[in-house]
Design a protein around this ligand. Structure first.
Ligand code: MN
Length: 530
């Protein structure tokens, strides 16, 4: 065996630092973030309007071009969220509508407070055989007419209309041309070819995009934009989105941490770093600031209570962990041996140095927060410091992750209806565990005791006695969010109270307490005035 003739090959990509991109040679592509719409369709990920606004502000800081803020006809909450997000950010805001006149009016209304150039009315209709025959029960001709009418209505109410042919990747290409041409003729300025079911592969995009460009002159001239919306059912959403851009698409739809329907959408952070580290293959410019990627991921996982899996690229807990001895050895000698990006590039604190403890003073605490890029008004700082001292009493060493977790608990936007005053558990291997819970609501104290299968179950029953609502638990997990045997345990759960499903999480050095706090957060969330 001998090595191939290397003079025939291009130089291999090195990553860190990326080759300086020659701006003139880069085509600018647009990032359409749908964390707050498709992402929110993740089971249990329901967000309050105030939480949506916080995420939207962070997405704006990160530099996405368009934020899809909701589906206004679906709920009063979504109408409210779209309106408030529009006021809070500087980028374009999209609102989704079916090809239904009331949907289109609701979406247009919720955008109406914005300057014209920032409104995007996003209209969609299924166009594949599956969608038309089974879901919509429309003939191809009827659907074509409906698209033309709906886009025209949308255009009469909003200057910028995006039309998506749902399930485009499984739609007969000739019919897809008819539908997209009808949308353009009725005034759509951009079109999406969604891979709604996540069945596409990268090689599908170049032939389809060039076919569409050959048949729709507005796509070829660039007068009309072409978006890709890729789902991750085969783990190909990032690869497909990159292929779509390479094939000539002008925008891609992404979500933070890849959350979304089923297996989720194209993860924003993966796409952003692939573009940044491989400009040789993907010579595209975006407005994204990579140093905001990790803070954005943390914010979204905190508020949705959906944690990325540990080995999730770019933002997972282990994405920069090096376990094997030979890897650690190589890494110490030269980080590029095993690492294609620096944690700092994506705004991620370096591998945890131990930092604060019981004896750390206020100045050291503030100094440390500043190093993590956190600044707080004095009253909130005082509250956080008090919680930090409490934690430092229980836990010898307080890591960066502990601090971020405390901060998350403090910024919890859910109004507390019930507050935990005390929790007593009696559990033994022989005998039924009992929990006694004391809660406070509006100045009054309530006590209840209940048995259960285990201490957590018993405590949940006791809370149910007090609230008078029986929670139906759908999922429940405990993770160690920080390090050491005295790590903070984080409880995440999804629970229904009277058909209202909510997700919540909480942390504590005691996992039963963490579980009870999470359950109470969920209850408070379910009881919060809408
Ligand atoms: Mn989708």
């Amino acid at each position: 065996m001998h090595a191939p003739d290397s003079s025939q090959l291009p130089p291999p990509p090195m990553a860190i630092p990326p080759p300086p991109p020659a701006q003139a040679t880069l085509r600018t592509v647009r990032i359409f973030d749908t964390t707050l719409r498709d992402g929110e369709q993740c089971p249990g990920a329901t967000l309050f309007p105030t939480e949506k606004v916080r995420i939207a502000r962070q997405l704006d800081r990160l530099g996405v071009d368009i934020i899809e803020a909701g589906f206004p006809s679906s709920s009063q909450d979504d109408r409210e969220a779209v309106r408030r997000i529009g006021e809070a950010v500087g980028c374009q805001v999209a609102a989704l509508a079916r090809c239904v006149p009331d949907d289109i009016r609701a979406a247009a209304d919720s955008l109406s407070g914005l300057p014209e150039e920032r409104r995007v009315l996003h209209v969609f209709l299924g166009t594949s055989v599956f969608q038309l025959q089974y879901k919509l029960r429309l003939s191809q001709a009827e659907a074509l007419r409906l698209v033309a009418e709906s886009v025209a209505q949308a255009r009469s109410l909003c200057p910028h209309v995006l039309f998506s042919a749902e399930d485009a990747m499984r739609t007969d290409p000739a019919y897809l041309v008819d539908v997209l041409s009808a949308a353009v003729a009725s005034g759509a300025q951009a079109l999406t070819i969604p891979d709604t079911v996540g069945l596409a592969i990268p090689a599908d995009f170049a032939p389809l995009v060039s076919f569409l460009r050959s048949r729709i002159p507005e796509l070829a001239s660039g007068a009309v934009g072409l978006h890709a919306h890729c789902h991750n059912d085969l783990g190909l959403a990032t690869a497909n989105s990159l292929a779509a851009l390479a094939a000539g698409c002008t925008a891609v739809h992404v979500t933070v941490n890849g959350i979304g329907e089923r297996a989720g959408n194209c993860p924003l952070e993966e796409l952003a770093m692939a573009l940044r580290l491989r400009p040789d293959a993907y010579p595209f410019a975006t407005r994204l600031r990579p140093s905001e990627l990790y803070p954005t991921s943390r914010l979204v996982s905190s508020l949705t209570a959906i944690l990325p899996q540990p080995h999730k690229p770019v933002v997972g807990a282990n994405a920069f962990a090096h376990e094997a001895g030979i890897h650690q050895d190589g890494l110490l000698k030269e980080p590029r041996t095993y690492q294609i990006m620096e944690p700092a590039t994506i705004g991620r604190p370096g591998r945890a140095e131990l930092v604060l403890g019981r004896h750390s003073g206020r100045a050291g605490f503030i100094d440390h927060l500043t190093r993590l890029g956190i600044s707080l008004p004095p009253d909130r700082l005082q509250d956080l410091y008090a919680s930090f001292q409490e934690l430092a009493e229980k836990k010898r060493i307080v890591y960066d992750d502990d601090l971020l977790e405390l901060l998350r608990e403090h910024s919890n936007a859910v109004p507390a209806v019930y507050v935990l005053r005390s929790l007593a558990i009696s559990a033994a291997t022989n005998g039924t565990p009992q929990a006694t819970v004391v809660l406070e609501n509006d100045g009054q104290t309530f006590t209840a005791a209940a048995p259960g299968n285990g201490p957590v179950d018993a405590a949940f029953h006791a809370i149910d006695h007090i609230s008078g609502l029986v929670g139906e638990l759908h999922s429940f997990t405990i993770n160690a969010v920080t390090r050491g045997h005295d790590a903070l345990g984080e409880a995440s759960l999804t629970v229904s109270f009277a058909n209202h499903t909510v997700a919540a999480k909480a942390s504590d050095t005691d996992i039963v307490t963490a579980s009870v706090k999470a359950y109470l957060n969920a209850l408070n969330r379910a009881l919060a005035p809408r």
